[in-house]
Design a protein around this ligand. Structure first.
Ligand SMILES: NC(=O)c1ccc[n+]([C@@H]2O[C@H](COP(=O)([O-])OP(=O)(O)OC[C@H]3O[C@@H](n4cnc5c(N)ncnc54)[C@H](OP(=O)(O)O)[C@@H]3O)[C@@H](O)[C@H]2O)c1
Length: 214
């Protein structure tokens, strides 16, 4: 991606262009801009705060992530990984995921999305839609925001994501009721993979993977 292609995304008005495809164009712009932002940061007077949108999820081989509003496994190393990577960062989640956690995550800015007018939670910023969630995250000094679930929020926000930290649990859970969307390898590339075996604290093999948008 170079400046010329970025400019073409902004200025490309063809005959078929209308307001309906504006969100898609804005997302292409955001992605293009993101790929340029490290270059732009070399020139401090051009610096603009564009956040990296990262997903964090643990999903089985069949993309199961939960059942009855609970997780399907206990993997202490994954819990530690989640805490380390999200610590001090803004975390966006759906109302059901917040309720499954039981309370706000400490040491992090909890941003909860709900359509309910009067829903409140101690220690959380409550917003009515995804745009307001991103605005709340951008109001921090953070350069990265973590989307921590659940299934509905992952599905809705996947087109905006730049990076996916996924703990792939090497098992299948056919009775799950919450699933992560399939990672499309035409759009995403695996940039890191670390495998871990079963041990006395982990009932399943698992891999810490990082996927980045191509
Ligand atoms: N394995 C993992 O890494 C992981 C991570 C997180 C969660 N989980 C699991 O995922 C499951 C929960 O996922 P879920 O899909 O049922 O729920 P969710 O995505 O956590 O929350 C869904 C709720 O978010 C609100 N919402 C969603 N889209 C919205 C929008 N565009 N605008 C405004 N509000 C919106 C709605 O709240 P209202 O109904 O209040 O309007 C909706 O009911 C649980 O089983 C949990 O354990 C697993």
């Amino acid at each position: 991606m170079n400046f010329q292609s970025l400019v073409s995304i902004i200025t490309n008005h063809d005959n078929h262009d209308n307001h309906e495809n504006l969100p898609a164009r804005l997302m292409s712009f955001r992605r293009a801009f993101h790929s340029l932002h490290f270059q732009i940061f070399k020139f401090p007077h051009f610096q603009i705060n564009i956040m990296i949108i990262s997903f964090v999820v643990a999903a089985s081989e069949n993309n199961a992530i939960g059942k009855n509003n609970e997780l399907l496994w206990r993997l202490p190393n994954d819990t530690k990984f989640f805490k380390n990577i999200t610590w001090a960062m803004p975390c966006i989640m759906g109302r059901k995921t917040f309720e499954s956690l039981g309370k706000a995550l400490n040491g992090r800015k909890n941003i909860v999305i709900t359509r309910q007018d009067d829903w409140k939670a101690d220690g959380a910023i409550v917003v009515k839609n995804i745009q307001d969630a991103l605005k709340a995250a951008e109001g921090t000094d953070s350069k990265e925001v973590f989307v921590i679930g659940g299934a509905q929020i992952y599905k809705e926000m996947l087109p905006m994501a730049n990076k996916i930290y996924i703990t792939r649990v090497h098992a299948s859970f056919n009775d799950a009721d919450a699933f992560f969307p399939e990672i499309n390898t035409n759009e995403w590339k695996l940039t890191s993979n670390q495998d871990f075996p079963i041990d006395d604290k982990h009932a399943y093999e698992y891999s810490f993977q990082v996927w980045e948008r191509k």
